[in-house]
Design a protein around this ligand. Structure first.
Ligand SMILES: Nc1nc2c(ncn2[C@@H]2O[C@H](COP(=O)(O)OP(=O)(O)OP(=O)(O)O)[C@@H](O)[C@H]2O)c(=O)[nH]1
Ligand SMILES: [Mg+2]
Length: 820
């Protein structure tokens, strides 16, 4: 990091605490306990369960002929009076018993009844049978007792539905009263036995509870139709039951609203608003899907894009060629726009010499940053037809390069990727890492591997080369398709091979959802513009009623207000800085606690492996990287929440301090790096939040992607992997012991570096946020001062009143539609 000012002190890790944590013995839970305590570790779940969430006391339920275990997920918080609390549960996991496989994961936001329950707000974490919150040791003791009882219950009565009532007191000792209705909603029959009012029943936790199980209270258990999953397929570890239905598509309406807004602003010659609305309009027209072409140098990325588009569009070459991120979007006319950092975008003719300064100058310059972004608009039938944005990327040679980091980051913001590998070279570690990243955390991998250069090897060899690559890719995931770019048998033609690739790409391009969300987002921004029009109208009317002396006075007042605003701004900036530190601390503490898990997991693997040396040198770097990516995905969720809160706070502060102004947003229609929060985690009410997040567009993307793609260099930059003689010559057990020690150091270093990186990115992000908001305020203030000072074209009050009316009506219509 080249900016140590960012506060080295705030980024350190409590190493003592960590080493204490890491030496503690690792009990290996079993049964129900293993399920509940393992939610952050179990493959398939850990990407879905956010890091900060905990599982609440799980409830058994019979569905059809089988038992299931269902647990709610909620995020613990500290209440204002400093006692422990819970945010309303957000999700649930259901396992099949005794197989212990996940039957379904449920997002409570998308289930009407539970979503309604969530409205009631935070929950005090005191169990139903008492009004004090439990300390951690007592809580754990009670949980363990419940797990034990559940294990016995499930193993003794796997085919009966009775005895459920005997379990109730255990829950009363653990679950807050407010949580019961969630279980009732998910398992309607549980209402008959899962009651919070059973506190008189005193439990002896130390004894086995088999006696109480004999209380034969039969509960009629019928299966709620909505939640039945018939004979789940055990291979599909996660099948979300409650599919997100995207909100109403407003694309068509938004087009017409934008048009009406434009007419209003144009008729009154409000050029600034007109420009803003035009930018919104072009944003609405961006394609609904983004597809990246990735791979190492000279694998044929640019060549493939040219072939797909049937035109020699992108420069290709034997040496590393592409040096920029090139975005290609469908449009009515061909054009080329180049953006260098800190410069205004340049428009160039779409021809060969326009690329001169955009290619990699020499083969040695591999590691420089991606300096520019190029945006090509093409009138191309295929692009038009599939309506996607294609992105050509520079070759990413090795995992440690900054350029690779940038390409990795970009990937996190794409909907799918095509990875080019060469038929003449073996699959490299970087290529495997790319694939892994695309597969982690996704049910359906959205990546296609295309094998180039098969035409340079003999036809006999092609089949075995292709089979070999397929086998290696399948080791990462069997679901990734691998297609040759050239025919492997004589019966097929070149054209057919390319067609197959084309078809596969068309299949990946699932449109719809993204466009729906974006149209709603644009609608929200249009509302802001309409508010602005109303403000301007009011100011114009006020000015029209003033005499010359009054105008003079108003102008002076406006200027004084501007100075005051500057001072007010300084205070806001300081407070925002505090919030940034808080946000950082939050992330940091999550990282530190995740580290314990990470250490446990990898220590366990090291214990198991027959050959510690091979594991260390070959598996560990990639295992560590993978785990950091998983961790990042979870942190991103948390970060998004904190950011949304901070942005909302900033907006409130701004509107309180500058009450006469409406908040003005900026839209960058060509920003290619918009952030894509996971839509599944957004409720309709969160659309507003989403809008807030996208407002800071590229800046939020920066940190989001650091968090996602960042820790690439860490793994290799902090550690020496190849083991020295003194280790190699030791006995296996001794090797294992030494490496276990070493493992701790490595993870320490990696996490340390990771924290530092996140701290730095956060600093930049908050700075940018505050600068952007400040700029907007100043521009707005200036335009108001100007409105007072210039007399302009005389327009009578009625004209402005009409505009205010029209803008108000349109605004109301949009807000109504967004609520649906
Ligand atoms: N024979 C053969 N040559 C190919 C094939 N694909 C690409 N090439 C050649 O390989 C070289 C590199 O191709 P590019 O398309 O520039 O590769 P790239 O992946 O875009 O490379 P960078 O931009 O440097 O990352 C060029 O000389 C191409 O003509 C192929 O399938 N067969
Ligand atoms: Mg290229």
């Amino acid at each position: 990091m080249n900016n140590p000012v960012a506060g080295a002190s705030e980024m350190t890790i409590d190493r003592d605490l960590l080493s204490q944590l890491s030496v503690r013995s690792i009990p290996e839970p079993m049964g129900v306990e293993a399920l509940i305590r393992g939610i952050h570790r179990s493959p398939g779940l850990r990407e879905w369960v956010t890091l900060e969430s905990v599982a609440l006391a799980p409830v058994p339920v019979k569905r059809g002929k089988r038992w299931r275990i269902l647990t709610l997920l909620a995020v613990p918080i500290q209440l204002e009076n400093r006692s422990a609390g819970l945010n309303p549960p957000w999700g649930a996991i259901e396992w099949v018993w005794p197989e212990q496989v996940v039957a379904q994961t449920i997002n409570l936001l998308w289930y009407e009844e539970t979503a309604a329950l969530r409205q009631s707000g935070v929950i005090t974490a005191s169990p139903a049978d008492t009004n004090v919150t439990l300390g951690i040791p007592e809580q754990t003791r009670r949980e363990n007792a419940l797990f034990l009882v559940l294990d016995q219950f499930l193993s003794s009565n796997p085919n009966q539905q009775a005895h459920l009532s005997s379990l109730a007191p255990h829950y009363a000792g653990l679950l807050p009263e407010e949580v019961y209705p969630y279980y009732w909603a998910l398992i309607p029959t549980s209402k008959q036995w899962l009651r919070p009012d059973v506190s008189a029943f005193v439990l002896t936790y130390s004894q086995s509870s088999s006696e109480s199980l004999t209380q034969n209270q039969k509960a009629e258990v019928s299966v709620p139709a909505k939640l039945v999953v018939e004979e789940p397929s055990f291979q599909e570890s996660i099948t979300p039951l409650l599919e997100l239905t995207p909100p109403t598509d407003l694309t068509k309406q938004v087009e017409s609203w934008l048009h009406q807004g434009l007419m209003l602003a144009e008729a009154r010659e409000l050029q600034e608003v007109v420009t803003d609305l035009q930018a919104l309009d072009s944003r609405l027209r961006l394609p609904g899907f983004r597809l990246a072409f990735v791979g190492e140098f000279s694998r044929g990325k640019s060549t493939l894009i040219n072939r797909l588009l049937e035109q020699p569009l992108l420069p290709v070459g034997n040496l590393p060629t592409t040096a920029t991120l090139i975005s290609i979007v469908p449009g009515l006319e061909d054009s080329m726009e180049v953006r260098f950092p800190q410069r205004l975008p340049e428009v160039r003719p779409l021809q060969e010499d326009s690329w001169q300064d955009l290619l990699i100058p020499e083969a040695t310059a591999k590691n420089q940053d991606v300096l520019a972004q190029v945006r090509l608009t093409l009138n191309n039938p295929w692009l038009q037809k599939i309506d996607v944005e294609l992105i050509d990327t520079p070759g990413a040679g090795d995992l440690t390069s900054r350029r690779a980091a940038q390409v990795f980051s970009l990937l996190s913001q794409c909907d799918a990727a095509v990875m080019l590998v060469s038929g003449t070279l073996p699959l490299s570690l970087t290529e495997v890492a790319f694939l892994e990243q695309e597969v982690i955390g996704r049910n359906v991998p959205r990546v296609l591997v295309v094998v180039s250069k098969l035409d340079t090897i003999s036809e006999e060899e092609r089949i075995s080369v292709l089979a070999d690559i397929r086998e290696r890719v399948a080791r990462v995931s069997a679901k990734i398709p691998v297609l040759p770019l050239h025919p492997v048998d004589k019966a097929r033609s070149e054209a057919r091979a390319l067609e197959a690739v084309q078809t596969q790409i068309e299949m990946m391009v699932v449109k719809g959802e993204r466009r729906v969300w974006r149209s709603r987002q644009v609608a929200g921004q249009l509302v802001q513009r309409l508010k602005q029009l109303i403000e301007i109208g009011k100011a114009k009317i006020a000015i029209a009623q003033m005499g010359i002396a009054e105008k003079e006075k108003a102008s002076q007042q406006a200027q004084a207000a501007m100075q005051e605003a500057q001072l007010g701004w300084e205070q806001i900036r300081l407070n925002l800085e505090q919030r940034r530190l808080q946000c950082y601390k939050n992330l940091q503490s999550r990282i530190v606690s995740a580290k314990t898990d990470l250490l446990e997991l990898l220590t366990f693997e090291l214990k198991k492996t027959p050959n510690p040396k091979t594991w260390w040198e070959q598996d560990f770097p990639f295992r560590l990287r993978r785990e950091l990516v998983v961790l990042s995905r979870k942190l991103e969720n948390l970060l998004m929440k904190v950011l949304a809160q901070d942005i909302e706070w900033l907006q409130e502060e701004v509107s309180r301090n500058f009450p006469t102004q409406s908040y003005r947003t900026t839209v960058d229609a060509s920003a290619t790096q918009e952030i894509l929060p996971s839509f599944r985690d957004l409720s309709l009410a969160d659309v507003r939040q989403y809008r807030l997040l996208t407002r800071i567009g590229s800046s939020a993307a920066m940190i989001g992607s650091y968090v996602l793609g960042g820790p690439i260099g860490i793994v290799t930059s902090t550690v020496v992997w190849i083991l020295g003689e003194q280790i190699i010559n030791k006995e296996v057990e001794e090797q294992r012991n030494l490496l276990t020690q070493e493992l701790r150091c490595v993870i320490d270093k990696a996490i340390d570096e990771y924290c530092r990186g996140i701290g730095e990115s956060l600093r930049q992000l908050y700075n940018q946020l505050s600068e952007e908001t400040k700029q907007e305020q100043i521009v707005w203030q200036q335009s108001k001062t100007l409105a007072i000072q210039t007399n302009g074209v005389h327009q009578d009050e009625q004209v402005w009143e009409q505009m205010i009316n029209d803008a108000f009506n349109l605004k109301t219509e949009i807000i109504q539609a967004l609520k649906k």
